[in-house]
Design a protein around this ligand. Structure first.
Ligand SMILES: Cc1cc2nc3c(=O)[nH]c(=O)nc-3n(C[C@H](O)[C@H](O)[C@H](O)COP(=O)(O)OP(=O)(O)OC[C@H]3O[C@@H](n4cnc5c(N)ncnc54)[C@H](O)[C@@H]3O)c2cc1C
Length: 462
């Protein structure tokens, strides 16, 4: 009989992981707190659409699902910056049109992953089963059935928790000696709003872009949906404790909301008939970074995805990183066959430093998105970066590209990103135009500080 693995949480990572494991010949039982989202609209208040990029695509290709997902993905070739005066400017993400990120519906992606998983008779989903905790010594996991209100204990030799940022399994690990854990909330929240399609069902703005209204300490973004609408997300401070003039705390009446949008995002506000009602109807989400270690208890249990490395969403990498966890765990299974202690141990060694790095990269990118993209010096640095990339395609790869269009370790992207930033600062200092750049100095700095990287073209292409 096939060895059984229990997964807790049938979100994005858990559903994908079940496919990987089924393809390896394991029997997989996957327990999910919510009802089956393919039958009921379970809402949930999490982001409606997500940016899918190379790491996530790689994993989807590995399990053979990418062609299906591609049908529901909208390419976004760059950031469309919306200035206060209504002017727009497209800043491409990649070196050319072959490099783009994809707007995908979270729910559709999750449903398709579940459908694919269920094509394997060895995968069984159990819905409305809320995990309460686990006894690692006994190998028992405890669930509460939200429909029958009964509690059950399930025995499992091997368990993987993909139960998200509030992971009850991780909470159980917290009780063990020498378990490190940190959670940091931003003083920023997010609110989802919508730009509906026009009367003909078409998109009201450029479809193939991620729209940003950067306003210094806060920002609005919009990602396109297949039905002609956009999901907008306002990122704003909760209160003025960090000195921000604008905050959720101040937006307490329909008038304050209307005024805030008309003043700061007039072109977007004109396309949002649901304002200000949606603002008060939709929840304000919080933003958290979670780091912990270890991620596993011997060969018995392991954490994967947001349960061990929830990050802020500003690099669009949380799901991509969780999918990449699956890729690496899969490699470790291949390597260590049935030795789960070695499998989990190597998986966490490979991933921990890298997920810490993407947590830091995501924090850095918030400042870039909400503030710097509209800045002239930033734009000059982007031009210099692009020229250095042309001259040194395997040495000076923009940080955004290393994270989004390649599968270099996140740690490498973080470290090289900092070196590159120093070079760009040095070259842009005291000048205002690209033709003033001292390219000799630039070339020497690149050659002295950045070793060539091995550019792999495997399953990463779009
Ligand atoms: C506003 C926002 C925007 C984002 N944008 C992007 C983006 O553009 N690109 C990107 O890559 N990432 C993005 N992310 C991050 C992404 O959403 C997460 O990294 C991703 O969902 C992690 O997947 P997961 O499966 O680990 O966790 P989740 O998707 O949270 O899934 C966890 C699952 O476990 C279930 N569960 C929870 N508790 C229990 C329990 N007690 N018992 C049983 N089941 C349980 C949940 O119901 C859920 O189904 C964004 C996040 C936010 C908040």
């Amino acid at each position: 009989m096939a060895k059984k693995i229990t997964i807790v949480g049938a979100g994005l990572a858990g559903s994908l992981l079940s496919v990987y494991l089924a393809q390896k010949g394991f029997a997989v039982d996957i327990y999910e707190r919510r009802g089956d989202m393919r039958k009921y609209d379970i809402g949930g208040g999490r982001s409606i659409n997500l940016a899918l990029s190379t790491r996530g695509i790689y994993a989807l290709k590995e399990v053979g699902l990418y062609d299906e997902i591609k049908k529901i993905a909208i390419p976004m070739y760059g950031r469309m910056i919306h200035s206060l005066d209504g002017k727009t400017q497209l800043q491409p993400y990649g070196k050319d049109m072959s490099e783009y990120i994809n707007s995908v519906s979270r729910a559709e992606l999750n449903k398709k992953l579940m459908d694919l998983a269920e094509q394997y008779p060895s995968v069984k989903f159990y819905f409305n089963m809320r995990c309460l905790g686990m006894d690692f010594d006994r190998g028992e996991i405890y669930f509460h059935n939200e429909e029958t209100l009964q509690n059950t204990a399930i025995r499992s030799e091997i368990m993987i928790a993909t139960d998200g940022a509030t992971s009850p399994v991780r909470m159980e690990m917290l009780k063990l000696p020498r378990f490190n854990f940190s959670q940091v909330y931003e003083n920023y929240g997010y609110k989802e709003l919508a730009i509906p399609p026009d009367t003909g069902g078409k998109h009201k703005m450029e479809i193939n872009a991620l729209h940003i209204w950067p306003r210094g300490s806060y920002m609005l973004i919009a990602l396109p949906n297949m039905d002609g609408s956009y999901t907008c997300t306002l990122f704003l401070a909760y209160d003025k404790s960090l000195g921000q003039e604008n905050s959720f705390e101040r937006l307490i009446s329909e008038d304050t909301v209307k005024n805030f949008f008309n003043k700061n995002f007039p072109d977007a506000a004109a396309l949002m008939p649901g304002l200000p009602k949606d603002f008060f109807q939709n929840p304000t989400g919080s933003l958290i970074t979670i780091k912990c270690y270890p991620w596993c208890i011997g060969g018995k249990a392991a954490l994967l995805g947001d349960s061990c490395h929830a990050i802020v969403p500003f690099f669009g990498q949380g799901m991509n990183a969780a999918f990449e966890d699956c890729t690496y765990l899969n490699e470790c299974i291949d390597k260590h066959n049935d030795d789960w202690e070695k499998i989990f141990s190597e998986y966490q060694q490979l991933r921990k430093a890298n997920t810490d790095a993407i947590a830091d990269l995501a924090q850095e990118n918030f400042i870039e998105m909400r503030d710097l993209v509209a800045d002239e010096r930033f734009q000059l640095k982007k031009k210099i970066e692009s020229e250095l990339f042309k001259r040194f395609p395997d040495r000076f790869i923009p940080k955004y590209s290393m994270v989004t269009f390649h599968r270099f370790h996140y740690k490498v992207a973080l470290e090289r990103g900092h070196i590159q930033e120093k070079i760009l600062n040095g070259l842009s200092d005291g000048i205002s135009r690209i033709d003033e750049v001292n390219w000799d100095k630039g070339e020497k700095l690149v050659e002295a500080n950045l070793e060539p990287l091995d550019i792999v073209q495997d399953l990463t292409g779009f």
